[in-house]
Design a protein around this ligand. Structure first.
Ligand code: NDP
Length: 448
């Protein structure tokens, strides 16, 4: 697809010029603008009042130095970011990513996507994202703690439970959230629900750890059911082996599917008898080891170096849950040749535009990230509301609310696509439904 509307084309050109070199951000904006063509034809007021121009420009970008001392006494200096993208419908909300690939363009793409995703949850949360080029891999717990404390020493000035509420993302799990929260509490002298994904002992929500992976499966289930299919009996390939991948595997298995592959940034494992999740959890969550170790515990499993080969494994369902642009056109071709029925995104923007186009042109049901992985942030918003009134809900209650939210997201984006004559195009449906709520709030709030 390409942008044909002259106004949107001009806007896209300006975004590219103003944000040079930020290719992931350009990609995310382009995909949304492509979907908005029919919307602005029907609603010229969005153009007249500059809503889309404002939407592609973050409200605020905070960029800071993060100095810390490693275990050898050597000073290390990383970069920290927080992009407060849009607060039209609620305080900024979005995770923190710690990964060496992080730069401003990655955080902007993630923050931009987050605006629409958060809107789709139906909950009052705006879009933001943050992170650092710090790599927690191979660092000791004390190094991670010192880094997190330094990061929060700057970030705390800019966040708050009614302003901006960060959470985890790649490289930021329970350990990092704990250190960040401890430092926030110490220097602000406030015990506030200013981060989500917290430990259960200090204000976290049951089912938050599982929420993105489970939510992905609930969304996929709604999509499959709508077309007369279920998870049961399907072979599933899932990339990654972090938080999202692990709990997507758990839920897919509970729903009667056989998950046969997982990966990390070095390679992938193929276990034709079905992944033994207890082994994966021990390796990745407890020992923080590489996925290749899995074959030491499962003699019939294979390990392959390199990531993309995972998409050549025959499967009915593919759930990319690792990182952006991990599923390219060749991967999409291999999946289609092997008869894949549905691809639903657990990671943010894991499929390239060419891959999405190919999958959809070949009648593969496609669930875009901003809808299908919204379960994590939705459950974070539930954690925020429980923190405000100082109590908690049972696992079952949060899980059943999560399932309902994911079913509603599927329904709303399907209806939004149909309303514009784009039946079945969930990419357009998610962009349109997510956009409409935010754009109307922006119109009502005036030029701010
Ligand atoms: P984790 O850090 O827990 O796990 C990330 C996984 O992806 C690891 O297995 C990692 O391997 C792999 N990975 C990371 N970078 C690459 C790469 N360049 N190539 C191949 N594999 C890679 O992160 P999460 O599971 O939390 O996040 C995964 C995705 O889901 C991200 O896109 C994130 O933005 C998205 N997401 C996460 C949410 C959450 O609640 N956690 C919510 C919504 C979206 P390795 O260990 O080798 O780095």
């Amino acid at each position: 697809m390409s942008i044909t509307n002259e106004y949107l084309q001009g806007l896209m050109e300006r975004v590219e010029k103003r944000n040079p070199g930020e290719k992931e951000f350009h990609q995310a904006v382009r995909e949304v603008l492509e979907s908005l063509e029919p919307v602005i034809e029907r609603h010229p007021e969005y153009v007249k009042h500059g809503v889309i121009e404002s939407l592609v420009e973050p409200e605020r970008i905070i960029k800071f130095r993060v100095p810390w001392v490693d275990d050898n006494g050597v000073v290390q200096v990383n970069r920290g970011f927080r992009v407060q993208f849009n607060s039209a419908i609620g305080p900024y909300k979005g995770g923190l990513r710690f990964h060496p690939s992080v730069y401003e363009g990655i955080i902007k793409f993630l923050g931009f996507e987050q605006i629409f995703k958060n809107s789709l949850t139906g909950l009052p949360i705006g879009g933001g994202k943050g992170g650092s080029d710090f790599d927690p891999k191979g660092k000791s717990d004390l190094e991670v703690m010192r880094f997190c404390q330094s990061f929060m020493t700057e970030l705390y000035k800019h966040i708050g439970s009614y302003t901006d509420i960060p959470a985890g993302d790649i490289g930021v799990g329970a350990r990092e959230i704990g250190y960040l929260f401890g430092q926030y509490k110490r220097i602000s002298n406030t015990f506030a629900g200013v981060l989500t994904g917290k430990g259960l002992e200090y204000g976290g929500s049951l089912a938050r750890t599982e929420a993105t992976g489970y939510g992905l499966c609930y969304f996929t289930e709604a999509l499959l059911n709508d077309h007369g299919f279920t998870f049961k009996g399907n072979t599933v390939v899932i990339s990654g082996s972090g938080n999202v991948a692990i709990y997507a595997t758990q839920k897919a298995q509970q729903m009667g599917a056989t998950v046969v592959a997982l990966s990390d940034s070095n390679g992938y494992i193929y276990d034709p008898e079905g992944i033994d999740l207890a082994v994966v959890k021990q390796l990745k969550e407890v020992e923080r080891k590489r996925i290749k170790e899995y074959v030491n515990f499962r003699p019939n499993a294979e390990y392959h170096e390199g990531c993309r080969g995972i998409w050549t494994i025959p499967c009915g369902l593919a759930l990319p849950c690792a990182t952006q642009n991990e599923l390219d056109l060749d991967s999409a071709k291999a999946l289609v040749a092997n008869g894949v029925k549905a691809v639903c995104e657990g990671a943010n923007m894991p499929s390239t535009p060419e891959a999405i186009e190919y999958l959809m042109a070949n009648d593969v049901f496609f669930g875009p990230a901003k809808a299908s992985n919204a379960g994590g942030v939705a459950t974070s918003a539930l954690e925020m509301s429980r923190n405000s009134i100082r109590n908690s809900w049972s696992f079952e209650r949060v899980d059943s609310m999560l399932r309902e939210i994911m079913q509603n997201i599927y329904k709303n984006i399907s209806e939004a696509a149909a309303e514009y004559g784009l039946d079945g195009n969930l990419v357009a449906g998610a962009n349109i439904a997510g956009f409409t709520k935010v754009a109307n709030a922006m119109l009502n709030e005036g030029v701010v």
